[in-house]
Design a protein around this ligand. Structure first.
Ligand code: HEC
Length: 151
């Protein structure tokens, strides 16, 4: 699978993003992840701290890998995706979110979703969405997956 990490997302319509269907993994994995203390961040990431991707530029990721990350990196503990993940209800159902004109208070573009996931409280002060320790490539892949929910 080729990954083009050099192409910036800016100015790209979401049709240009990678498409793909992935396999959902069990909620058990997620529970293990959450129990391991990842919410809140094992590295204690705060909105002020520099995260692993804080200096990175959003790029096009792999939607199938993003779906796998969604299941294994804590997202599903708080979010349901209609028809794909019967997850938690602390956060909004994300198929609906991805179809709104704004998301997390910003215009709903791939780049804005990326920046929100990288550091939720920086984009939306006071948000209950935690900052998870995700690399730039992981953010690229998660956004590529979320883009598939727009249809
Ligand atoms: C501890 C629970 C929790 C976890 C874990 C979590 N979220 Fe969230 N998320 C939330 C909450 C709560 C909101 C609503 C935040 C707000 O509007 O201020 C949210 C908002 C969002 C939004 C914006 C939705 C909208 O309608 O504005 C997206 C996109 C999102 N989350 C994706 C993810 C992804 C991807 C992951 C995994 C990397 C993840 N979330 C992990 C709780 C969580």
């Amino acid at each position: 699978m080729t990954r083009d990490t050099q192409r910036p997302l800016t100015g790209l319509g979401h049709d240009g993003l990678a498409r793909g269907a992935g396999r959902g993994l069990g909620v058990a994995l997620l529970a293990a992840f959450l129990l391991a203390g990842c919410v809140g961040g094992p590295r204690g990431l705060s909105p002020e701290a520099a995260g692993p991707a804080s200096e990175a530029t959003p790029a096009i990721g792999d939607a199938e890998q993003g779906k796998r990350l969604f299941a294994t990196r804590g997202c599903v503990g708080c979010h349901t995706v209609a028809g794909e993940f019967a997850g938690g209800s602390m956060g909004p159902e994300l198929r609906r979110s991805m179809r709104q004109p704004t998301i997390a208070g910003q215009p709903n573009t791939p780049e804005n979703v990326w920046r929100f996931l990288e550091n939720p409280a920086k984009v939306k002060p006071g948000t209950a969405m935690p900052r998870l320790p995700l690399s730039a490539q992981e953010l690229n892949d998660l956004v590529a997956y979320l883009e598939t929910l727009r249809q």
